[in-house]
Design a protein around this ligand. Structure first.
Ligand code: K1U
Ligand code: ZN
Length: 188
């Protein structure tokens, strides 16, 4: 039902298919803290969600997007960390099966907190197991931006935003800034 509402809001009719740019929830929206449910079957409905996630991620110039961020609470993430923006990857029901003991600090951003960046420390390298868009299981070893991005998106599925890794003081300052920005954007 949620998905149908989202598709109808911004749907663009094309000859063979319908693409939809979905609205990205903005922090501190409480829906960003919902826990996403596993996908039971990778079917046409799930593939339609995946197509819309890519559409929305590329339009927003992000390197990743989690279904949670568009108010769809299923364990689906999309990423493309390539320079040419031509290596889309979908991970359904992703699980980290191995993480390096070595950690790395990285400056993170988030489409749910535009213009806000801060350093987060995470395991440097990970091995992730997931289903692809055909429902086939696969594993990838990730490092660098891909590793950071997959961990950041998987946090979203668990209702966690990158600012939840920061101190309460920093997080509250960011919350105040975001609320002020949202009030100013409201029509008078
Ligand atoms: O909102 C999101 O979850 C997407 C987010 C992914 C991410 C980027 C960088 C570190 C961790 C997670 C973004 O795409 S933020 C904006 C962005 O376009 C970007 C940031 C860093 C490098 C390249 C692009
Ligand atoms: Zn994010």
């Amino acid at each position: 039902m949620l998905r149908l509402e989202a598709r109808c809001r911004n749907a663009i009719e094309a000859p063979e298919f319908i693409m939809a740019l979905l609205d990205i929830l903005q922090y501190p929206d409480p829906r960003l803290h919902k826990i996403a449910q596993p996908v039971a079957k990778v079917d046409e409905g799930v593939r339609a969600i995946v197509a819309d996630l890519f559409e929305t991620m590329y339009a927003a110039k992000g390197v990743g997007l989690a279904a949670t961020q568009v108010d769809i609470h299923l364990r689906i993430i999309v990423v493309d960390t390539s320079e040419q923006r031509d290596q889309p990857m979908v991970l359904i029901n992703p699980e980290i099966v191995q993480r390096s003991a070595e950690c790395k600090e990285w400056e993170e951003g988030c489409l749910s907190l535009p213009g806000i960046y801060d350093k987060v420390t995470r395991p440097d390298r990970i091995r992730v197991r997931a289903l692809d868009g055909r429902g086939e299981r696969f594993e990838i070893d990730a490092d660098g931006l891909l590793s950071v991005c997959v961990q950041h998106e998987m946090d979203h599925l668990d209702g966690k935003v990158f600012v939840d890794h920061l101190s309460a003081l920093k997080r509250n300052r960011i919350k105040v800034r975001m609320r002020k920005r949202q009030r100013e954007a409201e029509p008078a």
